[in-house]
Write a protein that binds this ligand. Sequence first.
Ligand code: SF4
Length: 315
Amino acid sequence: MYTQNPNKLHNADGNDTSWKRAVRRSVRTWYSRNARTFLWRSKNPDPYIVLVSETMLQQTQTSRVQGKLPEFLALFPSFDALASASNAAIIRAWQGMGYNSRALRLRDCASAVVRQHNGCLPDDYVTLRSLPGVGDYTANAILAFAYHKNVAVIDVNIKRVYSRLLRPMATTHEVLAEGVLRPFAETVVPQGGSSTWHQAIMDIGALFCTARKPKCNDCPLQKLCASAGSMAEAQPPRKTEPMHRLEPNRIWRGRTVELLRNLPHGMAIPVRELMNRLLTAPHTTDDEHWFAALLGGLQRDGIAEEADDAVRLKE
Ligand code: SF4
């Protein structure tokens, strides 16, 4: 069942229970001495803090979340406090995190928890998935980290570690399909230890099994891993995204929100002036159409509001 390499012992299909036991043992031993400490990691974390931190951690680095989370919790310490916050208050509190729509969905989720669940975050997958902004990853992360349920949590980092561990990946960019990974992900989780297990795999993904340059020689899974030391470094394919003046629209959008965020509370800025602050003159007709579309998107997403040719954060 095992494939023997000079220094490696790995399993070709991930079904071998003794290989899984060895993986669990290595992970547990390493984590017991090297776990990273974060505000959102504790033995009995508050489900509210798990929801907020997991939302923040989507597309934002842990170091930034570590700094922002206490500030956010000081402003909105509970589902009730968050549920009653205005769009503008949430967007201001989200400064530096990017992807502002996430913050509004988080507030909408808090409102649904207050209105439909008496302020208690549900502890079953189906009900969690019915909440605004809660996808498959977040639902399972809440079940594992807040309620210690034996579920498989698969985010982009865990997917990378599991793929490499299970099968020899030719390049650092390659990962296995979800259908191949899920059965392994569901059976490798130690009974009763889902929270710690996933935190450990996340730490291994962040510290050793990184996207571009994995540090296989230092990794606690090296001797059990099908890809250790054998992957060619590869860049992910370049994403094509809408651009304006050679920069992605999402960057322009972030800058626009930042300009609105820095206005005195409740103040609006004339659309023309906002455009002047954002784009160096002279402006073309193309610039004007593009900027109108950008503002339209911010309004549709509940981030900005426009009246009398002036715009501000939506109150
Ligand atoms: S040995 Fe290398 S490829 Fe395998 S899990 Fe560790 S860092 Fe990743």
